[in-house]
Design a protein around this ligand. Structure first.
Ligand code: IMP
Length: 216
């Protein structure tokens, strides 16, 4: 397992005034927690680590929607840069799955897989890289992995942009992690709170006002 960038519990993040955030969210956020530039720099390195480990295997990159779409797109862009600029390159195909298990900022016990019937097309593939936004308890990824294992893939690697340090963790750890973060609810860079904040470039902490405003 490769290392991750560990953000300590006492990390305060950055004043919103120092960055550009959409006007419609200004009062709904507390702080910028991980600026977009840092996400991109860390993602570039993850791409290098993945390519180093994949050897010559065909990669089936599986995007976990909706929260993983930004990370998936940016990670693949970096992998494509490596692919076209080195002597060794690997074929890459993409697929998409949607999982839903959240209500407000609480993880629910049931994980709904939408689009799962298409997974049968992935069976027997040499390598699958699952790209997701965040692992909290780990239940969502463990559920997805148990479904995928039913198709007997030869190798499955999970890449998560974020892992949350939380007592609710099942102990599951992805193969590659961008950042390990404290036990806070974060949004932005495609992560949402009841579908809001996906249109935010930085990863931010939601304010109490934001939670109330977008509560369902
Ligand atoms: P787990 O099953 O508890 O690991 O939950 C993982 C899923 O919960 C992620 O794919 C997200 O959809 C959602 N999630 C967990 N924590 C956060 C958060 O801080 N912000 C936004 N979504 C989150």
């Amino acid at each position: 397992m490769s290392s991750s960038l560990e953000i300590p519990d006492d990390e305060k993040g950055y004043d919103l005034e120092l960055f550009c955030v959409p006007k419609h969210y200004e009062n709904d956020l507390e702080r910028v927690f991980i600026p977009h530039g840092l996400i991109m720099d860390r993602t570039e390195r993850l791409a290098r680590d993945i390519m180093r480990d994949m050897g010559e295997h065909h990669i089936v990159a599986l995007c976990v929607l909706k929260g993983g779409y930004k990370f998936f797109a940016d990670l693949l862009d970096y992998i494509k840069v490596l692919n076209r600029n080195s002597d060794k390159s690997v074929p890459l195909t993409v697929d998409f799955i949607r999982l839903k298990n959240y209500s407000n900022d609480e993880s629910t016990n049931s994980v709904k897989v939408i689009g799962g019937e298409e997974l049968s097309a992935l069976s027997g593939k040499v390598c699958m890289n699952i790209e997701t936004d965040i692992v909290e308890t780990g239940k969502t990824m463990q559920t997805l992995l148990s479904i995928l294992n039913g198709y007997n893939p030869k190798m499955v690697k999970v890449v998560s942009l974020l892992v949350k340090r939380t007592p609710r963790s099942s102990g599951y750890r992805p193969d590659y992690t961008g950042f390990e973060i404290p036990d806070k609810f974060v949004v932005g860079y495609a992560l949402d709170y009841n579908e809001y904040f996906r249109d935010l470039s930085h990863i931010c902490v939601v304010s109490e006002q934001g939670k109330q405003k977008y509560k369902v």
